[in-house]
Design a protein around this ligand. Structure first.
Ligand code: NAD
Length: 333
């Protein structure tokens, strides 16, 4: 065998993988499917086009993917155990990337039962099917919100996460714990990825950068909560996708991994950056802080860098510029 042939062989095996991506029609999921499909993997995307935001946005996300032979959309719910069973029986999945969830902190306070149902029962069914069909590798989308009111920064995977301050955060932490249980009982290898506020083209319309851009662009007043000093670690979607792809290629047993940019910006600075980019002075309506919102998120990404080769490259100034370029193209289309 020529030198390096072993690696080449492994690489080909990886490329030929069949991957189940749940929530693949959404913001992060559709970018991830784009990458996996362009690299030659077979991707089965399970998504129920949840009504959290418009269906047409998700259909647009999948427009190019639907033309690819190695991409298949299955419209359905992760809480439909019969459907999941059929899917797992029909495909020999090498890897599951589980992104489907009810997302968003504030609406989870209004409807905690629904968040529990989708995020916990849905995750439970995925794990049960993995057990039944002996699929042994899972990436689970967790969230920086599990750090709750943590004030020690940056947030490290070693930090205690026993104080989630929204139902959404509690469901994500509970998901991580159930993944651990299935790892322990059934040898399913799981990487729980704690994403730090992700933005970029196709970002969910209710999320800060997208919503602020829409309102400032329309000349409308934007509601902002608190005094503008809350800080967020905003992660550009290409960096998140790079991180997910790197981790997917590696071996792990059970791991929790932060994926962020590892830089923070205040809410006020963010609004100013968006206004500057649009060339419009923002009109801001400052409102009281919202329950469930945390004062800071800030990722320590040293584990992702050292153990998985993650290299975030897009700072928020560049990223906001790219987002606004996409926004202009979208509204003009
Ligand atoms: P998104 O809402 O755009 O994508 C989620 C997708 O899941 C949607 O397409 C939705 O239709 C689908 N879905 C929801 N319920 C479903 C169900 N019952 N069955 C099948 N599909 C269902 O959200 P996103 O921003 O792309 O987030 C993806 C994942 O990453 C979520 O798990 C979210 O909690 C997590 N996350 C996101 C961020 C972020 O900043 N965007 C940060 C931390 C964690």
């Amino acid at each position: 065998m020529p030198p390096g042939a072993g690696w080449h062989h492994l690489n080909i095996l990886f490329i030929m993988q069949t991957i189940l991506v749940t929530g693949g029609a959404g913001f992060i999921g559709s970018h991830l499917c784009d990458k996996l499909v362009s690299e030659g993997r077979t991707v089965i995307c399970l998504d129920n086009f949840d009504d959290f935001y418009e269906r047409s946005i998700k259909e647009r996300n999948l427009e190019d993917l639907n033309k690819q032979q190695n991409f298949k959309l299955v419209e359905g719910d992760i809480r439909d155990l019969d459907l999941l069973d059929q899917l797992f029986a029909a495909h020999n999945f090498d890897l599951v990337i589980h992104l489907a969830a009810k997302a968003g902190v504030r609406p989870s306070i209004t409807d905690p039962v629904l968040y529990q149902d989708v995020n916990l029962r849905g995750t439970q069914y995925i794990l049960d099917c993995m057990k039944k069909y002996e699929v042994s590798k899972l990436l689970f989308a967790s969230s920086s919100s599990v750090y709750g009111g943590n004030t020690k920064v940056p947030f490290s995977e070693q930090d205690e996460v026993n104080n989630p301050i929204s139902p959404y955060a509690a469901t994500k932490r509970a998901g991580e714990l159930m993944c651990y249980t299935y790892h322990h009982l059934y040898n399913i290898n799981v990487a729980c990825l704690r994403f730090f506020t992700v933005y970029g083209p196709r970002q969910r319309p209710e999320m800060a950068i997208h919503k602020f851009t829409r309102l400032i662009h329309a000349g409308e007043e934007l509601p902002a909560f608190g005094d503008g000093s809350t800080r967020r670690d905003y992660t550009y979607v290409d960096d998140i996708i790079q991180g997910i792809a790197k981790i997917a290629e590696k071996d792990f047993t059970y791991d929790i991994i932060n994926l962020g940019e590892s830089q923070t910006i205040t809410l006020k600075e963010l609004i100013d950056a968006i206004g500057k980019n649009l060339g419009i002075l923002p009109k801001i309506n400052w409102l009281p802080e919202q329950p469930g919102d945390v004062s800071i998120t800030y990722a320590d990404v040293s584990k992702a860098r050292a153990e998985y080769g993650y290299k975030p490259t897009t700072n928020v100034d560049t990223g906001v510029g790219k987002f606004i370029e996409w926004y202009h193209a979208m509204v003009e289309a």
